[in-house]
Each structure stands twice: as C-alpha cells, then as structure tokens.
Design a protein around this ligand. Structure first.
Ligand code: NIG
Ligand code: FE
Length: 402
C-alpha cells in the first residue's frame, strides 16, 4: 500500500516533460509527494488503490514546475539610473564603461557595502522572484573584482539560500571586467583569479560554476580560455556571457569548454550556434537586457531552433543592463521581443533553465524529481507568458519548505 506524505489532487498539470507535446498536460491529475520528491504523478483514474497520505485538493488549478531563474546578478549595491538617463540621451553602454562607469560603478558601491547591507538589498529581490513562482535562482558575483569582495558576494548569495526556501546556485564571475588595479594588465588579473581566488572559492565551496564576460570591454577569448581551463581542472562547470555586443566567438568558445550555457548571444554566428548544438550547451536569452539596452540585433532564433539548441530565459537582474526582477515579465518579453511561444517561454524557465544550471532533479514534474511545484490561478499555462506584472501565483510548494 503506497504511503505518501501528501497527495495533491484535482490538479491540471503542465508537467513540461521533454518527451511530451503541449506542455505535457495531465488533466484531473494527482501528485504524490514523499520526502520532498514526486513519488507518483498521473491522472486520478490511474492512482494506485489504497494510497495513504494526507490529501489536498488544488481545486482544478493549473500546476507547473516551480520556475527557475538561471542568470541573475541580484547581489549588488547602488543603482545605475543615472546611466540609464545618459543612454536615453544617446550614450552607449560601451562608452560609459570605457569612461569608468558601467560595471565599475556598481563595483565601487558593492565594495563599499558590508555583507549585511548586500544581504538586506538582495533579500527582497529573492522574495519578489519567489512571490511569482521561482524556486531556484542562480546568483553571480562579479561586482567585487578583488578577492575579498568576490568572496563577500558569494557568501551573501549562499546566505540567501540558507535563509529562504529557494535553492540558490552561485556562480563566480570575477572575470566580469578588468578592475582599475589591473588597468592594462588583464592577464595578470586572470592569473590572480586562477591562482588565488578560484582555489579559495573551491575550498570554501562558495561557487557552483564559473562565468566570464567575453567582450571587447571585458576579456578576450584567450583570457577566458585560460580561466576556463583552470575552472575545469578544479572541477567547476563553466558558462559564458557571450556575443552580447559583438560577435567575439563567445558561443564557440563556450562550446569548446562544454559550458552548461552561453548567455545573451545577440551577435552569435551560425557557426557558433552549431558548435553549441554539438556541445549540448543551453542558450540563455535575456530579454530584459535586450530591452534595456535598446538592442535591435535579435539572437539567432531560427538557427537555435533548427539546430535544436535548448533555449532558456532568465531575468539577468542587474542594475546596469537589466533592472528587472521579474521572471514572469521576462517570459512575456521573450515572447514579444524574440517571438518565443508561451510554451517555449515556460520550458525556458523550467526544464531548460534547470539544464543551464546543471540540475537533473528539477524543471519537470515527473516521478523522482524534486517536489518544487507552482500552483497558478490561470485558465491556461500560456497565460504565464502573457500578463505583465499580474500576480497569479496561488501557492509555491518547495521541497525545502520549512
Ligand atoms: O549580463 N554583460 C555583462 N554583464 C551584465 C551587465 C552587468 C552590468 O552592466 O552591471 C549583463 O548584461
Ligand atoms: Fe548577465
């Protein structure tokens, strides 16, 4: 006789299984949860007899995997609204960066902030994402750019994971831009990351992956390759901010290192997409940054689709290029700006986002997966990529709920 902790009944389930069409829908579904995992899922008519467990009806509501925001920079201090105004008056992101603003302006504020201040700034962002159904969030460092401040950022991100029910994945992005202390000595800064920072991060188990910004205003492919070699040696998977402002061969570089994902990709070539397909890398598209920068060059959507490169969507929440702390709104932007279907948007914030973080235990609703479940007041899951700023989460059930 199956004995389960909880039986969720009367659910319309969008399982988002890779092998099922149309959201993998199960009508009149039941989800049995035991020990934080989905023990059984299927139509009520097929539920094994004599099941034991407390039963809760979801009243015919739609249920999806909890959403996953697989690319954020949500630990930071200060804001860049002044630069936003400058860009509205015609300045470019690159010009502002070269003049010492951009990422460096957030670095100055973040270095000056205490860990407690960073935590207090970031917690409402995590809570805002959770309030719209997000159960897993990736957070990058990259506004410290020295050993002490990069470690501070990663520790704050870890602390956010401990203090909330949300799973936090952390990524070391020390190679975000060249700090002033290493002006014209970017190679020496990469050496510092490889020889001192990375070993310390690994010893403290502070990062789950390593990222870099491959761009003319940041690091060259050779410098990124050196960093990725070291990360790989130390057992950390890599991901890359690739081809955001120009085609620097970032996608192919990410593929060469079997990156979990290459992100942004507005200027990625057909060859870059083909390399990603061969390597099994996920394409993470960031419509908030596309919108905020007034970008007009679309990511290579046709090529991504025809090469079967899985597409994830994330907020890129950061004060410079993507001041957006809503994954739901990012889904809508991806649908509107990139013409992704609502089903692609939901796959991109569940199953594919899980893959972009190297998770195989979540992102779909199937037996054996974590019981990270979002319950919605919608009449169809396509609505999740349609409304803007409309709260529709009825409940977020997470395996780590306490
Ligand atoms: O994902 N492209 C580089 N990194 C961030 C922007 C960081 C910033 O401008 O503060 C991004 O867009
Ligand atoms: Fe980013």
């Amino acid at each position: 006789m199956p004995d389960w902790d909880l039986l969720l009944t009367d659910a319309r389930i969008a399982t988002m299984r890779a092998d099922a069409p149309d959201y993998g829908v199960i009508e009149d579904g039941v989800i049995a949860v035991a020990d934080g995992e989905i023990a059984w899922i299927g139509p009520r008519a097929e539920l094994p007899e004599n099941t034991v467990g407390s039963t809760r009806s979801l009243g015919g509501r739609w249920v999806t995997p909890a959403l996953i925001d697989c690319h954020t920079h949500l630990v930071f201090a200060g804001d860049r609204s002044g630069e936003f105004e400058e860009r509205l008056r015609g300045a470019s992101y690159e010009d502002i960066a070269r003049a010492g603003g951009g990422i460096m302006s957030t670095v100055r504020a973040t270095r000056d902030a205490s860990a407690d201040e960073l935590y207090a700034n970031a917690l409402p962002r995590v809570q805002a994402l959770a309030a719209e159904g997000v159960g897993t969030i990736e957070i990058k460092s990259g506004y410290g750019l020295n050993i002490e401040s990069e470690l501070k950022m990663l520790s704050v991100a870890r602390q956010l994971g401990e203090a909330t029910d949300v799973t936090i994945r952390t990524t070391l992005l020390a190679a975000h831009t060249v700090p002033p202390e290493f002006k014209d000595k970017a190679d020496a800064y990469i050496d510092l990351i490889c020889e001192e920072l990375l070993p310390e991060v690994v010893a403290g188990k502070l990062a789950d992956a390593v990222d870099a910004y491959c761009e003319s205003i940041a690091f060259s492919p050779d410098q990124v390759a050196r960093l990725f070699e070291r990360a790989t040696e130390l057992g950390l998977p890599v991901k890359l901010h690739a081809d955001q402002l120009s085609d620097g061969g970032g996608a192919a570089l990410a593929a060469e290192f079997k990156a979990l994902s290459a992100d942004h990709l507005e200027y990625t070539s057909a060859a870059g997409v083909a390399a990603m397909a061969d390597a099994g890398a996920v394409a993470v598209l960031l419509p908030g940054a596309f919108l905020t920068l007034g970008e007009t060059q679309l990511p290579p959507l046709d090529a991504l689709r025809s090469n079967n490169v899985p597409i994830a969507i994330a907020t890129d929440c950061n004060p410079g290029t993507s001041p957006i702390c809503s994954l739901r709104n990012s889904m809508m932007l991806a649908a509107r700006l990139f013409r992704l279907t609502p089903e692609e948007c939901l796959a991109g914030t569940t199953r594919v986002a899980a893959a972009a973080l190297g998770f195989d235990d979540r992102g779909t609703l199937e037996a054996g997966k974590r019981a990270d479940i979002a319950v919605w007041d919608v009449s169809h899951p396509r609505e999740l990529a349609y409304w803007i700023g409309t709260p529709q989460l009825a409940e977020l059930l997470l395996a780590d709920s306490r």
